[in-house]
Design a protein around this ligand. Structure first.
Ligand code: 13P
Length: 253
């Protein structure tokens, strides 16, 4: 599988940043044998799509969607709307949504269904808090999130983002990432069968930077990364994409 490098801009970015990134990513993307995607805030998706143009290999995504296709839900955005303005992906169940908006596994599962209905690829985020890891409960927590957030017909991407590694500059050890990704693959295989589970890209997210990207991307069962802060700097985001290629030739960690 080609490495998948996704930028999550969170609540950051301007039209000027969109123009800069669209030009930089377009120039670099065709020479890079990786899949590149950017998830900007909702208002920036349409202008980003316009700047990239129809033929661009760079994909766009939303950072959330509502389970329903339309209706009286002030402030929410439907998966169909994301699709119409140029998104082909949507991040769901990010820990900041789980934390700031009290999103439950059941709600996230409903949103995954909405993504499928609209033809969007969901990127479902899971990850333990620091106290949960310290209590030896990381796999139990992540396993519970997987069981609750994924519908039986799941097709999409999983992102493992330990909450304590997001925006902190701290990352798990390579062995801890490998162990969790092995656990994810095994848990998905038990539910969906080995063939379907093997086709689900497993991303790591949490303080991915150009300096640690090769190390992380060469880890067993890591198929790509979900990048927050570093994705806002186009040179850094592209350095991470190049790291995915270097990781292919690095001794496995
Ligand atoms: P940082 O890369 O800023 O730690 O954010 C990770 C993240 O939450 C991506 O979804």
């Amino acid at each position: 599988m080609r490495p998948l490098i996704v930028g999550n801009w969170k609540m950051n970015g301007t039209l000027a940043l969109v123009a800069e990134h669209a030009a930089a990513l377009t120039a670099a993307a065709s020479a890079l044998a990786v899949d590149l995607a950017v998830c900007p805030p909702f208002p920036l998706i349409a202008p980003f799509a316009a700047q990239l143009g129809r033929e661009s290999p760079v994909r766009l995504g939303g950072q959330d969607c509502h389970p329903e296709a339309q209706g009286a839900h002030t402030g929410d955005v439907a998966a169909e709307m994301l699709r119409e303005v140029g998104a082909s992906l949507v991040i769901l169940g990010h820990s900041e949504r789980r934390q700031d908006h009290g999103e439950s596994d059941a709600l996230i599962r409903a949103k995954v269904g909405a993504a499928r209905r609209a033809g969007l690829t969901p990127i479902v985020c899971v990850g333990e808090k620091e106290a949960e890891r310290e209590a030896g409960r990381a796999e139990e927590v992540v396993g519970g999130q997987l069981a609750g957030s994924l519908p039986d017909d799941f097709a999409g991407v999983i992102a493992y983002e330990p909450v304590w590694a997001i925006g902190t500059g701290r990352t798990p050890t390579g062995e801890d990432i490998a162990a969790m990704h092995r656990f994810l693959r095994k848990t998905l295989a038990a539910r969906f069968g080995a063939a379907r589970a093997g086709a689900i890209p497993l991303l790591y997210g949490g303080s991915v930077k150009p300096a640690n990207a090769v190390e992380i991307l060469k880890t067993a069962e890591v198929d790509g990364v979900l990048v927050g802060g570093a994705s806002l700097v186009s040179d850094d985001f592209l350095a991470i994409a190049r790291a995915a290629l270097l990781a292919r030739f690095a001794p496995s960690g």
